[in-house]
Design a protein around this ligand. Structure first.
Ligand SMILES: O=P(O)(O)OC[C@H](O)CO
Length: 469
């Protein structure tokens, strides 16, 4: 039987499973949706058992679509910052997954002392914000009986290993606000500040250090090693071969993430992408709503899906002066204004549904530019990945607004391929798959004055929703 790595990419809306051979070929894929609910405004919850079942369903449909293979290892890529709590004795989830988009702890975060933010920046590269795990963990500990907690990777490791292991990788840990990315351990000062006891947290391992073996997983043999674990956005960066300073990638998911590796840790907007034989730090900007904004606008316009929205957007040459700022849960990077709310500006009596659709596509691209504008010496060429990159209209808009070429990876499963590549590298295979990957290239097609005009229109719309001036 041919050897393969089974890569699982657990995201906000879907769980995917991909069988990948040692040369990077995709042998089979499977996917299953995950439910998401908003029981109160600003809350985002998922059912932890449903999430686990969606992983099993994705694996099962992937294996059913493949010729028989020998699974030599598992690679795990997961949505970040979301947290789960469970009972140490029974292994069962206690309470919901609190999603990364959930902002229920915003006012609690605002009540924390300013000097905590200084400490958080110095030790994690991040800032105090309700998006990150620590305030969500505090909420779980206050409102449930959980005595074990972790991010989604640790919940899946727990289930894949028959409830034996309580582990996380350093890249996922770096998104919690509790992990010292310079000392490579949970920070006692940050644990105390957020009121999270060390005893409830997983042990942190380097991203390719091994995370136990499968036990009792329906449809999988026991004893398969979990070789590598990466956070999904970081896995996309690995899959893009974006591993050196001077390269930049954007992942278009439910939100978007722009990342560029840096040679040294910077105490603002920096994250630990992974830890292998050495750490790789990256500057990152998280955009809260991009794919979610496209889906919302499609629904509001009575369209069946995002594909139909983009088709409608393509029927007009521009947004006709309309801007749509998708601050449904506030603004993330680079504005970090959680009290801001969404708005549509610039409408006139000649505004059509197509202009609104086009404004939403523009918004996804503008938000990426807002982040790249803040990255010093932004490299010219942007590598793009994620579901929305199938849209040529979006990619062309991105190149036009950026003023630099955009290269869209011609693979749908870049995060799964990224973690599969790290797993195969760890197992001793010769990789470097990004060099052979095909990209769709988009060159800017508008002049500097037109670009500046559109960026200024967008900036005015963002300014109109901001609460922090
Ligand atoms: O589920 P995605 O792909 O939108 O990714 C979610 C991110 O990891 C949140 O930081």
């Amino acid at each position: 039987m041919a050897p393969a790595v089974l890569a699982v990419d657990q995201g906000t809306t879907n769980s995917k499973a991909v069988l990948v051979s040692a040369d990077g070929s995709v042998l089979a894929t499977g996917s299953a949706p995950v439910g998401l609910s908003a029981p109160q405004p600003g809350w985002a919850e998922q059912d932890a058992d449903n999430l686990w079942r969606s992983v099993l369903a994705a694996i099962s449909s992937c294996l059913a679509a493949a010729e028989p293979v020998e699974i030599t290892g598992i690679g795990l890529s997961t949505q970040r910052e979301s947290v789960v709590g469970w009972d140490r004795r029974t292994g069962e989830a206690v309470g919901p997954v609190i999603g990364w988009q959930d902002v229920r702890t915003t006012s609690w975060c605002s009540s924390l002392p300013d000097d905590l933010d200084t400490l958080v920046r110095a030790r994690t590269g991040l800032r105090v914000d309700a998006m990150f795990s620590a305030p969500k963990l505090r909420w779980l500990l206050d409102h449930t009986d959980a005595d074990r907690v972790g991010t989604v990777d640790s919940w899946l490791i727990h289930r894949l290993t028959g409830c034996r292991e309580h582990l996380t990788d350093a890249g996922n840990a770096s998104r919690t606000l509790l992990y010292d990315v310079l000392e490579f351990g949970w920070s006692p000062a940050l644990l105390e500040a957020f009121g999270v006891p060390r005893s409830v947290l997983p042990d942190v391992r380097p991203s390719n250090a091994g995370f136990g073996v499968t036990a009792g997983v329906p449809g999988l043999p026991d004893g398969i090693p979990i070789v590598a674990v990466l956070a999904d956005s970081h896995a996309a960066m690995y899959g893009q071969g974006c591993t050196q300073a001077g390269m930049i990638k954007a992942t278009y998911g439910t939100g978007s993430s722009v990342m560029t590796p840096v040679d040294e840790f910077v105490a603002d907007g920096c994250t630990l992408a992974w830890l292998t034989d050495r750490p790789l730090y990256a500057l990152e900007g998280n955009i809260v709503s991009s794919g979610a904004a496209l889906a919302w606008t499609a629904t509001m316009l009575g369209l069946p899906d995002v594909g139909a929205l983009i088709e409608l957007a393509a029927t007009v040459p521009d947004a006709g002066g309309v801007s749509l700022v998708p601050a449904f849960a506030g603004l993330g990077a680079p504005h970090w204004d959680r009290a801001a709310r969404a708005a549509i500006t610039g409408m006139s009596s000649s505004t059509t549904r197509a202009h609104l659709a086009r404004a939403c596509v523009d918004a996804v691209a503008h938000q990426i530019c807002d982040v790249t504008d803040t990255i010093p010496g932004t490299p010219g060429r942007l590598r793009a990945d994620g579901g929305a990159t199938v849209s040529n209209l979006l990619m062309q808009t991105q190149a036009d607004l950026l003023g630099h070429p955009v290269e869209a990876a011609d693979v749908a499963e870049i995060s799964a391929l990224g973690v599969a590549e790290l797993a195969w590298t760890t197992l001793g295979a010769c990789t470097g798959w990004a060099a052979q990957r095909r990209y769709r290239s988009f060159e800017p097609a508008v002049d500097a004055a037109a670009r500046a005009g559109r960026r200024a229109e967008w900036a005015a719309a963002v300014a109109s929703v901001r609460t922090l001036k």
